[in-house]
Design a protein around this ligand. Structure first.
Ligand SMILES: [Zn+2]
Length: 255
């Protein structure tokens, strides 16, 4: 059938183009060239610079990052034994694993259906259920633990033997956590470090920037940092007009 042959040919072309795009993206990522174009990340470039949907951009970025460590996956994508979505799943779940393990798992993933691959990464989700009921004078929490969670709680209770019941243990933990936060807040406000920008000023600068990176062309809302336009080491201070918002990539790029 002619139309079938035409589609087969187009499909071959599509594969070639996908692999060509991945190679070019790798180049873009290696030199972080997207920064000069005003994008905070390869992902941002894929979405705003090339018009990919966020889901597709995420897949492309995952492939590029994983192919950096394990170059042979590109060939496997070309051949069709690994799909982009399989590689994305591997990237997500194996992020912190050593390269040798990534390689091993990817080998197992070859020629598997997406359903089989999903199954490989199923993790039991920890269950800790709390049912909350509010009354005028008190709040009623009903806590449901697995036996294992309960054993851990009992262990903690035993270690803190002076707190002989769960109630006082819990109340003390809350107080301790709150105190730890209070201490860090206090330290920040008392700091005389010229690089330290007060919380209020920081919020002010962020608000004025509409919570977006102010690097020309970039509008990232993530990993925002308040930057000294004239660096502190060059005599810059923390007057309002010397401060701007940059995403961490552009702050790093600026150096
Ligand atoms: Zn930026």
């Amino acid at each position: 059938m002619r139309i079938h042959n035409e589609l087969i040919e187009l499909r071959q072309k599509e594969k070639r183009i996908t692999s060509e795009i991945l190679n070019k993206l790798q180049e873009m990522e290696d030199g972080r060239r997207y920064l000069e174009l005003g994008h905070p990340s390869l992902f941002g470039y894929l979405v705003r610079g090339l018009g990919y949907s966020e889901a597709t951009a995420y897949q492309r970025q995952a492939c590029v990052r994983l192919a950096k460590e394990i170059p042979e996956i590109k060939q496997k994508i070309d051949q069709g034994s690994l799909t982009l979505s399989a590689v994305t799943t591997a990237f997500k779940h194996l992020r912190k694993k050593p390269v040798a393990e990534k390689r091993k798992v990817l080998k197992i993933m070859e020629n598997k259906s997406s359903r089989e691959i999903k199954k490989m990464f199923l993790e039991p989700t920890p269950t800790l259920k709390i049912k909350k009921t509010e009354y005028v004078d008190k709040v009623h929490l009903r806590l449901e633990l697995t036996h294992e969670q309960n054993q851990r709680l009992e262990k903690l209770k035993a270690l803190k033997s002076h707190q002989h019941n769960v109630e006082s243990l819990l109340v003390n933990l809350i107080e301790k956590e709150l105190k730890a936060y209070k201490n860090t807040e206090f330290k920040v406000s008392k700091s005389k470090n010229p690089r330290q920008i007060s919380k209020r000023l920081r919020n002010d600068v962020l608000k004025a920037a509409d919570y977006k990176c102010q690097y020309p062309g970039c509008e990232s809302k993530y990993f925002l940092q308040v930057d000294h336009i004239l660096p502190v080491r060059n005599g810059g201070d923390q007057r309002r007009e010397n401060l701007q918002v940059l995403c961490s990539s552009h702050n790093h790029h600026k150096g």
